[in-house]
Design a binder for this molecule. Structure first.
Ligand code: PLP
Length: 456
């Protein structure tokens, strides 16, 4: 077989890709018509594709490359660890130094008594762990019927059977017989599309009270846990009204329900604190982590668990684990990523430099005729596209059509920005500099202008 390299013509690479590579969340027929974009290298916040285009990555890959691309330190650590101990497992009372060091570091960074880490290979796997862990916890406490996990419509918690069931994405549930039993979904705190005549805070309160209604309907003795992202990411970067999380916390405390914060996107600086729970003022019993944990340089995820849950779950054998739980190379890479984040004060950069600059520029997009609201926290933002700001009206065309047009114009302007329906979203690397933010927002504005012309 011929060597396949970066130097082959794009069309040949695309043909091979389409013939043999099944892509996640892609339509293979569409791929055969237009071919996949081929990214060949990256540095800082910039991707280079196989045609030599330099593209500003305003999505940090899939919300994960928090420290930016091309950090040699991580490559060096990975190579060193591969030479010393490329693999060993953490099953059957065994461990190794990278897993010890990373779990201790995460316990130090996590708030409160979140002192214990169960490692996985991804965010989806970690959420599967969470399902098994909270059910096992209640069972070990003599309450085996407390097995229902309440989640939210339009949430994203991964793509495994468990993760996709916890998620509230209808198109995912339509494939493969989901959700699994004992998962229940309540409404999301998306004021822009669902708030009607209520003020954002009235709406936030009423959506939080949806949790109480669900608990009362299902029975307190049936509900094990509530899971939510501090800020819904893949659902469209939905910032909850301020009234929302305090009420959620009150309800969970009142009914003795475990709280799972899915920090896969919000963790590791994305919202301007180490964890999104700190930004929204929420105290979880378990946090799901992945993505920014290693800045995407190695696949790793996990659950950070509070003392009480870890003690109960650890009092018997927990019949659960993954071959790659605490993988030594991934753990060493994650540890180096966290070292860089601390040493270079990446979170301070989000709080004091990049965050305020992006906020000012991003929110100014709300003067554009197509933009209803422009929201941002830390380094995750969204804009709602609308034909009528005053009524928050949706477009007459099928939902998502205008968002897709806008996303295509972003690509044409060498900007990766995603669309969720008719919401445009960004989550750039946390290390982005003010001049790069200016480029990002200028390209976004140009794409909005072109979209407006196209749909007129
Ligand atoms: N949870 C959230 C909030 C996510 O955004 C994602 C992925 O985007 C996941 C879980 C799943 O993580 P992974 O793709 O690593 O399985």
């Amino acid at each position: 077989m011929t060597m396949i390299t970066n130097h082959m013509p794009t069309s040949e690479l695309q043909a091979l890709d389409c013939a043999h590579h099944m892509h996640p969340f892609s339509n293979q027929h569409e791929l055969s018509e237009r071919g996949a974009r081929i990214i060949t290298r990256a540095k800082g916040v910039t991707l280079t594709d196989s045609d030599g285009n330099e593209i500003l990555d305003a999505m940090a890959g899939l919300w994960c490359v928090n420290i930016g691309y091309g950090r040699d330190e991580l490559a060096d650590v990975a190579a060193r660890q591969m030479r010393e101990l490329p693999y060993y497992n953490t099953f059957f009372m065994t461990t190794h130094v990278p897993a010890i060091a990373l779990s201790a570091k995460l316990a130090e960074l996590a708030p409160g008594d979140l002192n214990h880490v169960f490692f996985a290979g991804s965010g989806s796997e970690a959420n599967d762990t969470n399902i098994r862990m909270v059910r096992h916890y209640w069972s070990a406490k003599g309450k085996p019927n407390k097995s229902v996990i309440i989640s939210r419509k339009n949430a994203y918690h991964g793509s495994t059977l468990g993760g996709a069931s916890l998620g509230g994405m209808v198109p995912m549930h339509q494939q493969g017989g989901l959700p699994i039993p004992d998962v229940y979904h309540i409404g999301q705190p998306n004021w822009w599309t669902e708030g009607g005549d209520m003020s954002p805070n009235e709406f936030g309160l009423s959506r939080a009270q949806g949790l109480e209604h669900a608990i009362l309907e299902l029975g307190e003795d049936r509900v094990a846990a509530f899971i939510a992202e501090p800020i819904q990411g893949a659902g469209g970067v939905i910032l909850p009204p301020e009234s929302y999380f305090p009420e959620i916390q009150r309800i969970c405390d009142k009914y003795d329900i475990l709280l799972i914060a899915d920090e896969v996107i919000c963790g590791f600086g994305r919202t301007g604190n180490w964890f999104g729970s700190q930004t929204v003022g929420w105290t979880p019993h378990i946090m799901t982590i992945a993505k920014g944990l290693s800045s995407g340089y190695a696949p790793i995820g996990g659950s950070i668990v509070c003392d009480e849950v870890a003690n109960v779950v650890g009092s018997t054998e927990f019949n659960h684990g993954y071959t790659y739980s605490g993988h030594p190379v991934a753990s060493a890479v994650a540890l180096e990523n966290l070292r860089i984040m601390e040493e270079e004060n990446v979170i301070g950069h989000v709080q004091d430099v990049a965050g305020p600059h992006l906020k000012q520029k991003w929110e100014a997009l709300s003067d554009h005729p197509l933009v209803g609201e422009a929201k941002i926290v830390g380094m995750m933002g969204s804009i709602a596209l609308t034909p009528d700001k005053s009524t928050r009206a949706p477009f007459a065309a099928t939902a998502g059509t205008v968002g897709l047009i806008c996303r295509e114009f972003c690509f044409a302007n060498n900007l990766v920005m995603r669309h969720v329906g008719d919401r445009m979203i960004i989550a750039p690397p946390l290390v982005i500099q003010p001049d790069e933010i200016d480029v990002l927002v200028n390209r976004a504005r140009r794409a909005l202008d072109q979209t407006l012309l196209e749909i007129k």
